[in-house]
Design a protein around this ligand. Structure first.
Ligand SMILES: C[S@@+](CC[C@H](N)C(=O)[O-])C[C@H]1O[C@@H](n2cnc3c(N)ncnc32)[C@H](O)[C@@H]1O
Length: 566
């Protein structure tokens, strides 16, 4: 059995283009000249592509990405796969012009955009598995259907994902082939096959949605580029893959478990450390029988390989189990975190809502020596990842750090008390309405804090059950230094968004309350080939200079009198 690595994307140079409206930092194989200012772009479709639940693009590695345009996708699967929505100008997603104009309108005229890596960027992919054991299909759905298309040369996938998918396909196919040799057919009929040791028939049928039969439903491939035995320059290219097989079975003790174990062994034997290529990091199983479009069930089993999966982003080692949220574009996320660090003064107190495993909060605690970091996350699977990650934080960090298993939408202000900076990184649907409401009314909440009227500030004699539950389900690492109790609410809000439409809505709601104004905005090309971009927007308290300036001109007679009276 041979496993091959696709060639890595071409080496990348960094070029900075400037236009009057946007600074675009481009990493592209050939230099692009951007018109100045940016020309009108096609209208952005109302529904954005789905970067984190579906996958994006990818290509024939032999084709030069610089052929027709230096930043073209050149993917052989583009026409059949729903992952990518545009092929050209990957460095400048369609939505960029709209974003630039939006921020300009709201007071930010120096919006920047980092194009990040354009090919081979996806380090986390969830793929559907359908077809038959002799012709397995592993990939994404064809546009508007539930027909899975193979995407072996996907240009978006990290090359190790494409190689691992091929290995999996062979694992399903080659072993199933055994059944179809005449001799085995006869033996099967005689039901004596099991007497022959050494012959393993996997015969793993992919899931059939109509019949609800078959075992292999989905696979999640996650690449770690963290391999300290390699020079830094080679770590990305040589990423290893954590393979999570989603198995259509209620539990690991069912009759199918031998097939599952055999498939895992096949992957490990042909892609593990003792194979010619060391491609596979580990193999996991997830058990799920739901008929909904849910990808994962809540039962996981580690089968083979290293249990611990680490990545290095934002200056820290991060532990990522397959069950916890992980960013698909590792490198772009790292760029975003480096930018984020600049907006957090040393020694700040930070709340990180929608925190996942707390990567953002912990990265800030480490890089900005925060005195306090609170992380709030609804998925309890992320707790272990947080615990493991803090074990590897530098011992010099003296922050009070906590992670809470809680729903941000319930009394959101209670998490903000005593924080200077609030970081939010919600799912694509944006902020919960209750959080938006609390942020719009933050001034009056603060007034109440002064008088300790509001229950959210009475932390000592807390009785509300959901808060007490969240406290029980929390991890608290106290600071070695005594910290003064502080009842202030954040003066800075940093919004990280993967959903442009919801971001715009949330942003307008915050600005229209005059409780916040925008001071900075940056875009990151987290999902090249789609119409989505990641936004990092910085809001400060108050209405901002433009609104403040307008006020005197708009004064009415009565207002004038009251001014005089002051
Ligand atoms: C875009 S991810 C960000 C995760 C994390 N910031 C990171 O970069 O790894 C959004 C996270 O919000 C969590 N989430 C969704 N709704 C939530 C809620 N109501 N309260 C708390 N967390 C929530 C999800 O489970 C997910 O981990």
């Amino acid at each position: 059995m041979s496993v091959f690595f696709l060639s890595a994307p071409p080496s990348i140079s960094t070029v900075t283009h400037r236009s009057t409206a946007t600074t675009i930092t481009t990493r592209c194989s050939s230099l692009q000249t951007l018109p100045q200012p940016l020309p009108p772009q096609p209208l952005v479709p109302t529904s954005l592509s789905q970067p984190s639940s579906s996958n994006i693009l990818l290509t024939n590695p032999k084709a030069s990405p610089a052929s027709s345009s230096g930043c073209s996708l050149n993917c052989p699967h583009f026409d059949s796969c729903s992952g990518c929505t545009h092929e050209d100008n990957l460095h400048r997603p369609v939505i960029l012009h709209e974003a630039t104009m939006f921020f300009k309108k709201h007071g930010v005229s120096d919006f920047t955009f980092d194009t990040c890596r354009l090919w081979g960027w996806r380090c986390r992919a969830k793929l559907a598995i359908r077809g038959s054991s002799t012709d397995p299909l592993i990939g994404l759905y064809e546009e508007g259907t539930h027909n899975v298309v193979n995407i072996p040369d996907c240009k978006a996938h990290h090359p190790s994902i494409n190689a691992a998918v091929e290995l999996l396909r062979k694992g399903v196919f080659e072993n199933s082939e055994l059944i179809f040799t005449e001799m085995h057919k006869v033996l099967m009929m005689m039901q004596v096959l099991s007497l022959f040791s050494g012959i393993k028939i996997l015969h793993i049928d992919p899931y059939d949605e109509d019949e609800r039969t078959g075992y292999l439903r989905y696979v999640q491939m996650a690449v770690t580029t963290y391999n300290t035995s390699l020079p830094v320059s080679e770590r990305y290219r040589s990423g290893r893959v954590q393979v999570s097989l989603v198995w259509n079975s209620r539990s690991e003790t069912s009759a199918s478990s031998e097939k599952l174990n055999n498939l895992a062994t096949y992957l490990w034997r042909n892609g593990g450390p003792n194979s010619k290529v060391h491609l596979i990091h580990s193999v996991w199983a997830n058990f799920q029988t739901s008929t909904n479009n849910v990808i994962f069930g809540n039962r996981w089993r580690h089968i083979l390989g290293e249990r611990d999966f680490w990545e290095h982003v934002g200056g820290i080692d991060v532990y990522l189990p397959p069950s916890s949220f992980g960013q698909a574009n590792t490198r772009a996320f790292d760029s975003l975190l480096q930018k984020l660090h600049k907006y957090v003064p040393v020694g700040s107190s930070v709340t990180d809502l929608y925190a996942g495993a707390g990567v953002i909060g912990l990265s800030l605690a480490s890089a900005r020596k925060c005195r306090k970091g609170i992380c709030v996350e609804i998925n309890k699977e992320s707790k272990l990842a947080f615990e493991k990650t803090i074990e590897r934080l530098p011992s010099s960090i003296d922050s009070s750090i906590s992670w809470h298993h809680a729903d941000t939408s319930i009394e959101p202000l209670s998490w903000l008390v005593g924080s200077d900076i609030l970081v939010v990184d919600p799912p694509r649907k944006g902020l919960d309405p209750s959080l938006i409401g609390a942020l719009r009314d933050i001034k009056s909440a603060e007034r109440k804090a002064m008088t300790l009227e509001s229950p959210i500030f009475k932390t000592k004699d807390e009785k509300r059950p959901w808060i007490l539950r969240a406290r029980e389900n929390s991890i608290q690492i106290p600071s070695r230094t005594l910290q003064e109790e502080n009842l202030s609410l954040p003066q800075t809000l940093i919004y990280i968004s993967c959903g442009w439409e919801s971001f715009k809505e949330n942003c307008v709601a915050l600005l229209s309350s005059n409780a916040w104004h925008l001071t900075k905005a940056h875009g990151f090309n987290f999902f090249p080939g789609t119409q989505s971009i990641e936004i990092l927007a910085v809001f400060k308290r108050g209405p901002g200079a433009s609104v403040k300036k307008k006020k005197p001109g708009k004064r009415k007679k009565n207002d004038k009198l009251s001014f005089k009276g002051q």
